[in-house]
Design a protein around this ligand. Structure first.
Ligand SMILES: C[S@@+](CC[C@H](N)C(=O)[O-])C[C@H]1O[C@@H](n2cnc3c(N)ncnc32)[C@H](O)[C@@H]1O
Length: 292
């Protein structure tokens, strides 16, 4: 697992959502849900930064993350009542988080951390069962085609910022481009810290993120039991302007809603084996995205 995510205090300092993106997400939720959400789930919640946003507005919130230290910070910072966060895997968020969520949120291409496209299909299938009939899933990812140029170099830089508990730190994230064969984007990230207790002065690491083409994404949605795309927004601009949902759309925030189940069988948990295989096979031969 990514070493940076274990340093939850650093993560929170760099990625606390700005007022602008909070306002934009609230607007998108209102537009597609018609009201503020009542029950919100983040299936890769980290320290619960987005859950805290919705909890403050009175929603019940739930989340899971593989990283124990992130969940510990989420438990500490979220209200004791109306919030449930546990260590778990977004492929299949733990049952104890409950269901009937009218909103799910999963930004910044966290899905890219999954090992393969079958995992992504399992994730969406799982989320489908946790949402209410009219519930929405707000998910950030990047849609890129094989012919798209991917700029390599710095994609995110922040700091120095003060770290809660002492010290300060700066972060730089670079893209090393798509890796031939896997179609994953390789990310190189370096965090430099000074006087942050129990933290190395340099955390340097490299990891690969899954990427998605438009066709691959559609295959995965189908394998997961069906989602319709209600909205598509430009993730590179915190004001989240609407943009067309199409090939090469780039870094996007999509608003999804579970499509009506067509058959009794498709209501059942797992995506069909053949559809899952197709999603994985097609995915392996296509290319896509970059992380925001
Ligand atoms: C970019 S962070 C996003 C955190 C949070 N959703 C937010 O917006 O602040 C990605 C998170 O995904 C988590 N993660 C990676 N793979 C996971 C998995 N299979 N299941 C659950 N969480 C996972 C990491 O530990 C990390 O906290």
């Amino acid at each position: 697992m990514n070493e940076f995510y274990k340093r939850t205090g650093l993560y929170a300092a760099f990625f606390s959502p700005s007022d602008e993106i909070r306002g934009s997400i609230d607007r998108v939720v209102r537009k597609h849900l018609g009201r503020a959400p009542r029950r919100v789930i983040d299936p890769a919640c980290g320290p619960g930064l987005w859950l805290a946003h919705f909890a403050k507005k009175g929603a019940e919130v739930a989340g899971t993350d593989l990283e124990e230290s992130a969940i510990a910070l989420a438990v500490e910072s979220l209200p004791k009542r109306g919030a449930r966060v546990v260590v778990g895997d977004m492929r299949r968020p733990p049952d104890e988080l409950g269901a009937d969520f009218d909103c799910a949120i999963n930004l910044d291409n966290s899905l890219g951390h999954l090992a393969d496209y079958m995992d992504v299909a399992e994730h969406f299938s799982s989320m489908r069962r946790r949402l209410t009939k009219r519930g929405i899933y707000i998910v950030g990812l990047a849609l890129r085609e094989a012919t798209d140029e991917i700029d390599t170099g710095v994609v995110f830089e922040r700091g120095p910022v003060d770290i809660q508990g002492g010290g300060f730190a700066a972060l730089r994230t670079e893209s090393l481009g798509l890796q031939p064969g896997t179609r994953c984007e390789r990310i190189r990230q370096i965090t430099i810290t000074a006087n942050v207790p129990e933290t190395p002065s340099v955390i340097a690491e490299q990891y690969d993120l899954l990427t998605f083409t438009f066709a691959m994404f559609k295959d995965i949605m189908e394998a997961a039991g069906g989602f319709e795309v209600l909205g598509c927004y430009d993730a590179t601009d915190e004001s989240l302007p609407a943009k067309p949902f199409r090939k090469g759309a780039g870094d996007v925030v999509l608003v999804l809603r579970a499509a009506e189940a067509k058959t009794k069988a498709s209501k059942n948990a797992k995506p069909k084996t053949t559809a899952r295989k197709t999603a994985n096979r097609k995915a392996a031969t296509r290319k896509a995205t970059r992380r925001k």
